[in-house]
Ligand binder design. Sequence first.
Ligand SMILES: [Zn+2]
Length: 178
Amino acid sequence: MSGSGVWQIDGSANVCCCCGQVFREGSVFFSALAESEDGFVRRDFCSECWREQDEADEATRSSGDCFCFWRTRRVIPESRATINTDLLWDFFQGLRDCDSHEKKVFRFVVALYLMRRRELKLIKVVRRQEGELLHCEKRSSDQQYEIEDPHLTEQQVQDAAERLSSLFGAELQPNGEG
Ligand SMILES: [Zn+2]
């Protein structure tokens, strides 16, 4: 269930998945995260194809196939930007009722980074028979979240963070916007 084998991501493709147009430096494009049988996949669209996709696919998007999407800009050299905090929240919320171990790992790691960015505050840790549960609160709100602790080693946290970074094509930095 774990391991990078389930990841079908080519973060360096830099081409539109519809028309094959190569994104030039500075060009704006759209990325969407979708779920497939093999795990999460990222699809990049040029602005034109995104607009068409947008109109044709409104229903698909709202049905939950599209996990989240964002607008981005091709930057050369490949110094990756930082994952935007709103996007991180989106992804975190999407993983709310996650069933697979992999998603639980991602949810925990994203929560960890939201805590490092001071977006999420740890209130308490509840020990249950099934494992530990982190009770967190969103900063400057009373929104609370329960996060299962999958008991990862430091290396496993790093691996998951690296997979998320390549998925989003941006760094999962502890500090906010890049
Ligand atoms: Zn295109």
